[in-house]
Design a protein around this ligand. Structure first.
Ligand code: GLN
Length: 495
């Protein structure tokens, strides 16, 4: 095995090999990542909390296990970053909201526990749009994360910190959450791989809820193999989450075969219209051509209710958010307004001072669509449209195994470009939110760079609980695409 030039560009599967060969220790790897964070994070601003002491202690434990000759686990020594929406006993859990500033969770999310048992080394918590509401990470109350490919641009959102940290080599794997695209869109904008598994595949226990019928946790990685390794660890039934699926979890690394000769790719005619940016279309078509050369067939499919997806999503997610966020009242968690007369003032001032503008907008919209007189006209209707959207996908999957589409209508946009126009920001979710409404799995992977040097993302969708087929297509494409993504230009490092 050839030794990598630096410890910072290793993948999880390479770490697995070098650790067991005894050529490096988990402690050396962790040190290299904390050094990298110290060097580049002042520019990227992906982390909101760095856990140096804690991470080094976890790494030392892994080294001890290796020395004893025991199995240190599938993610042994792999540096991992966690979106700040996941409950962790270590550090704070704030969802990057003022209302949860200083909040410490008394328990670890199931996914956090699973990663730790698999030998993962946690580097800290990652920035996000407040309560995962947004597409650019500009709604964080802490800081605006920069896109490592161009520091003037957004990393996408809401899991912008998770995507930027992987892209900037500030961790090897990270976790994010995806309610309407929050893993896939930032993965696309930052040039990494990211997956929203099928609803129910991963336990949501310890994920601070935004919209409970849409939220899913998923991993970010540098390549498809690492994504499969992370999925193996986090997927599966959890008695703490009644919506987690009681289905066997396959070994996802076994689906990494390069053969796609029996695969039929569906291209929804509603996605490939004149509205699609020409450069994005060119990149996606080139990716499709790679898969066709490998024997995959292509058919046109139709998702006739696509036009209603954004409206439907913004009714359902705001309704659920207004219910979920009612618990942040200054009594049970985090921030309480100091300027409180009676209890009524205390609730009202706490929420006024604690929530940012986008979160307030969503709570108001959600309260409105649930209020009596409007419930039938908005919420109930949106639920019916949701069923139609799900049916569209299931019908389309009668004709194909996977659907390919862009992840985002454009590459990364500039910081501040869309902040004055919430509707414009909502429209950037056009290709991702239907997947959540339909509860199917979706992933994004890089498919080249635009003329401005920004990553383009290819989205792959599959039938419920068919992540394996998605991974197979993704792996074939990655191995045969004929180019390297290279590294973002944010500081010297050998690749
Ligand atoms: N951008 C979408 C929104 O603002 C999706 C967010 C998410 O997936 N958490 O709701």
């Amino acid at each position: 095995m050839t030794m990598p030039k630096t410890l910072n560009n290793l993948t999880a599967h390479q770490i697995h090999d070098v650790l067991r060969a005894g050529s490096v220790t988990a402690t050396e790897i962790a040190e290299a990542y904390f050094k990298r964070i110290a060097e580049v994070d002042p520019k990227v601003l992906a982390y909101v909390d760095v856990w140096r002491e804690f991470g080094l202690a976890q790494a030392a434990k892994v080294d001890e296990t290796v020395r004893r000759g025991d199995d240190p686990g599938p993610l042994a020594g792999v540096p991992i970053g966690l979106k700040d929406v996941l409950c962790t006993r270590q550090g704070y859990t704030t969802c990057c909201s003022k209302i949860l500033k200083g909040y410490r969770s008394p328990f670890d999310a199931t996914v956090v526990q699973r990663l730790e048992s698999a030998g993962g080394v946690f580097l800290g918590k990652l920035n996000m749009d407040e309560f995962a509401m947004g597409s650019s990470t500009e709604n964080s109350s802490v800081q605006v994360t920069r896109n490592p490919w161009n520091l003037k641009c957004v990393p996408g959102g809401s899991s912008g910190g998770s995507a930027a940290a992987v892209a900037a080599d500030e961790c090897v794997i990270s976790l994010g959450s995806d309610t309407g695209g929050s893993i896939r869109q930032p993965a696309a904008l930052c040039g990494c791989v990211g997956m929203k598994p099928t609803y129910g595949r991963v336990s949501r226990y310890g994920l601070v809820a935004f919209a409970s019928s849409l939220d899913q946790i998923g991993p970010f990685s540098k390549d498809v193999e690492d994504l499969a390794i992370a999925l193996n660890v986090i997927c599966g039934k959890d008695p703490h989450d009644s919506t987690s699926a009681d289905l066997p979890v396959p070994d996802f690394t076994k689906s990494l075969r390069q053969d796609v000769a029996d695969i039929t790719i569906g291209l929804p005619k509603e996605y490939y219209t004149d509205a699609l940016n020409a450069e994005m279309r060119e990149k996606i078509e080139a990716a499709i051509a790679v898969l066709q050369k490998l024997g995959a067939k292509v058919v046109e499919v139709s998702l006739p209710h696509t036009d209603y997806a954004i409206a439907c999503y913004y009714i359902i997610c705001t309704a659920e958010a207004s219910a979920n966020l009612a618990r942040f009242d200054g009594v049970r968690y985090g921030y309480r307004s100091p300027s409180s007369g009676d209890v009524h003032d205390m609730y009202s001032n706490t929420k006024t001072e604690g929530f940012g503008p986008e979160v307030k907008r969503r709570i108001m919209l959600g309260t409105y669509v649930l209020s009596s007189g409007y419930y039938d006209a908005y919420y109930l209707k949106a639920q019916k449209v949701r069923s139609l959207i799900r049916r569209d996908f299931l019908d389309a999957f009668d004709k194909c195994d996977v659907i390919l589409a862009p992840t985002s209508p454009t590459a990364a946009f500039e910081i501040g470009e869309k902040t004055d126009d919430p509707l414009e920001m909502y429209l950037s979710d056009i290709y991702t939110i239907s997947v959540n409404l339909a509860t199917i799995p979706g992933m994004s992977m890089p498919c080249g760079l635009t003329k401005r040097g920004l990553p383009a993302g290819l989205q792959i969708m599959a039938k419920p609980f068919n992540e394996e087929t998605m991974l197979r297509v993704a792996y074939s494409y990655e191995k045969n695409r004929g180019f390297e993504m290279g590294a973002p230009p944010i500081g010297a490092r050998a690749r």
